[in-house]
Design a protein around this ligand. Sequence first.
Ligand code: HEC
Length: 187
Amino acid sequence: MNQYRSPAILAITLLISSFSVNASQELHRDAKGLVKQFGATLKPQLIQAMQQGGPVNAVDVCAIKAPEIARELSEQSGWNIRRVSLKNRNASAVADAWEQKVLKEFESQLAAGKPAKELERGELVDGEYRFMKAQVTTPLCLKCHGSNLAQPLHDKIKMNYPDDLALGYQAGEIRGAFSLSLKPVQP
Ligand code: HEC
């Protein structure tokens, strides 16, 4: 009897797996779009605040606006959206085991010559679709994540983030990543 059932099971398995490939592709696209939206909302605000009041002023954009954008996008989309790092500034940005693995993988890929903007990964992990996209350090980031921070800025950051690890970066290094997850609705 098993003999007869197995082709049917195989067909079903194939159907399910091809469905999941499509579903995964769709989720991957959605996650990428959300990251794009996150960056496109945050970056101009950061640049504007830097130009208007320098980095001391712009700290609030990173500290208040970035989590706000993440929250709004999460509410609109149903995805859980946050930023993580191997050397985090905000205590809530500690990478979990999967995120740590992916961040380390991004570092090796970058070292092997993969272009920074291609550093992304999406996969099903324990029934959730998870997606990460690396954020690479640019000269702009160094004002607040580099080595020689101006004194008032240094004080403000130390006061708000006494356990800050996100200093001493160089341009081109991976500062962290956007990390998204979604529990697909069960049929
Ligand atoms: C004006 C100062 C400032 C600049 C410029 C800045 N950051 Fe930040 N960054 C911060 C602060 C403050 C936080 C903590 C935000 C919070 O509380 O969620 C932060 C947090 C982060 C985080 C979240 C993970 C963590 O460590 O808490 C990432 C990722 C990040 N920054 C990347 C960047 C990148 C990439 C750039 C350049 C494009 C940049 N930052 C420029 C001040 C800055």
